[in-house]
Write a new protein. Structure first.
Length: 76
C-alpha cells in the first residue's frame, strides 16, 4: 500500500509543526519569572469559591455583631 505524496507531505508538515515550540518571552531574571508564575490546578476554582465564601461570611458576621450591639443598646 503506497501513500500519496500529498498525504506524506501533509504528515511531515504536521510532525514539524507539532515539534516546534512557540516563541517565549523571557523575564529580566529567572527568579522574578519563577516568583510571578502561577501554576493552574484543578482546585483553583474551588479555592477561589472558598475564599469568596469566607469573605461573605465575615461580612455577615460583622453585620450580625453590629445588629446585636444595636439591640443591646436599645434594650438597656
Amino acid at each position: 500500500m503506497r501513500m500519496p505524496v500529498s498525504a506524506l507531505a501533509a504528515l511531515a508538515a504536521l510532525a514539524v509543526a507539532g515539534c516546534s515550540h512557540p516563541a517565549q518571552t523571557t523575564a529580566a531574571t529567572p527568579a522574578a519569572a519563577a516568583s510571578t508564575a502561577h501554576v493552574a490546578t484543578p482546585w483553583d476554582g474551588d479555592l477561589k469559591a472558598l475564599a469568596r465564601a469566607r469573605s461573605v461570611q465575615s461580612v455577615i458576621d460583622r453585620q450580625a455583631a453590629q445588629q446585636r450591639r444595636q439591640i443591646d443598646a436599645e434594650s438597656h
